[in-house]
Design a protein around this ligand. Structure first.
Ligand SMILES: NC(=O)c1ccc[n+]([C@@H]2O[C@H](COP(=O)([O-])OP(=O)(O)OC[C@H]3O[C@@H](n4cnc5c(N)ncnc54)[C@H](O)[C@@H]3O)[C@@H](O)[C@H]2O)c1
Length: 361
């Protein structure tokens, strides 16, 4: 039986059993593959109708544009503490509603209009400023923003799925989970989904292939300690590791390891000129919302509390491949990793744990 057939069988089984965890552990546990696929939560959401985007800056506005262009919502709320900005951005989109499937775009300054959202996307954050421009200082400022803004959003939309974009995204997701007690399957970050598409794009460029046809994942932190999983890279069923000598390790004659750095510094390279990044993250976020909107779901490296998975022993938010469906994360996949990749994942988890512990929540 091929892997594809196996997957199909498993998916059909899960659907038939309405994501029943117990059923999975008995019947499909017979398949070796099911052991790598850890169920997270049984949850189904009817069609997404209302989405709130919190933060009308570069990222929030770009995400709004992608959601509207892809017809992922007919009812979009743009929320910013700077109400005039939210109003101007909403109006700019609303003027072109006829080109956006007649979507309704509403501004919001105090959360009220976000009531009964199906999805809430958080992009509000503080940029480094003042005397202390350290990452940690900016991180704590963003936590203070979240502490004020998020509880009200949860009260108004208690069943919504929260997607955290504000950086450092993993640590901010941890903060939101701690502030709100939202379940981890519906409070997560796009995390390494963006790093993963960058990784695939860089490999595809070298091989002169379409990026969508390269498979492989980046896991761990959405940031400097992200782990490109070279052992998982495959094209047309061919593992790159099997055909390239010393792929991104050892003497690495073709210098594939250069890609590791490009993956983690890709955003900085863009921000150096623009001052920010927005299009790639906007498309990444829209891709996740699309996975939640369609019936089938999608496997993507998104981040949530991964305690108990892939050797992670603490409550650390980081990315692993997840099945994202209507209600959020339904399953997490434990990738087979080499010893080096596993120790890099642990190092990434420790960095994040340290950052989490430094927060005052
Ligand atoms: N996760 C990723 O892959 C990724 C990629 C790019 C950017 N980001 C992050 O996204 C965040 C936003 O970036 P940006 O370029 O849009 O920043 P920005 O400064 O342009 O926009 C932030 C907006 O948040 C608003 N805001 C601040 N406090 C608020 C509050 N309490 N309620 C509502 N709105 C509030 C501000 O008024 C501002 O309009 C940053 O943290 C950035 O680092 C993440």
């Amino acid at each position: 039986m091929t892997l594809r057939q196996l997957m199909r069988l498993n998916m059909a089984h899960f659907r038939a059993k309405a994501w029943n965890t117990k059923a999975m552990s008995t019947k499909s546990a017979k398949s070796c593959f099911a052991k790598s696929m850890k169920p997270m939560k049984q949850f189904k959401r009817p069609r997404i109708s209302k989405i709130s985007v919190v933060g009308a800056g570069q990222v929030g506005t770009a995400i709004s544009a992608m959601l509207l262009l892809r017809n992922l919502t007919k009812n979009l709320v743009i929320l910013d503490i700077n109400y005039e900005l939210a109003q101007a951005e909403a109006l700019d989109f609303q003027h072109a509603s006829a080109f956006l499937n007649d979507a309704r775009v509403v501004p919001c300054g105090d959360s009220t209009n976000s009531k009964n959202s199906d999805v809430v996307i958080i992009t509000a954050g503080a940029r480094p400023s003042g005397k202390d421009r350290s990452r940690l200082a900016a991180m704590q400022k963003t936590v203070e923003i979240l502490k004020k803004a998020v509880p009200k959003l949860v009260d108004l939309s208690p069943d919504a799925t929260f997607i955290i974009i504000s950086n450092p995204a993993d640590v901010m997701t941890y903060a939101v989970q701690r502030i709100t007690n939202l379940p981890k399957h519906r409070c997560f970050t796009t995390g390494c989904h963006l790093d993963t598409v960058r990784f695939r794009n860089l490999i595809a460029n070298r091989l002169r292939l379409p990026p969508s046809q390269v498979h492989g994942y980046v896991i761990g932190e959405h940031g400097a300690s992200a782990v490109p999983v070279w052992s998982s890279v495959s094209i047309a069923g061919i593992r790159l590791n099997d055909v390239v000598k010393n792929l991104a390790c050892g003497d690495d004659p073709e210098n594939w390891a250069k890609i590791n750095k490009q993956v983690t510094t890709g955003g900085l390279a863009v921000a150096k000129t623009k001052g920010y990044t927005n299009w790639a993250i906007a498309l990444t976020c829209a891709d996740i919302v699309q996975a939640m909107s369609g019936g089938k779901g999608k496997i993507a490296c998104v981040g949530t509390d991964m305690k108990g998975l892939s050797g992670i022993q603490d409550n650390v938010v980081l990315s692993l491949p997840c099945l994202v469906t209507s209600g959020g994360i339904s399953h997490v996949f434990e990738l087979p990793l080499t010893d080096v990749e596993q120790s890099k994942l642990m190092a990434s988890a420790n960095i994040l744990l340290e950052a989490q512990c430094s927060l005052s929540i």
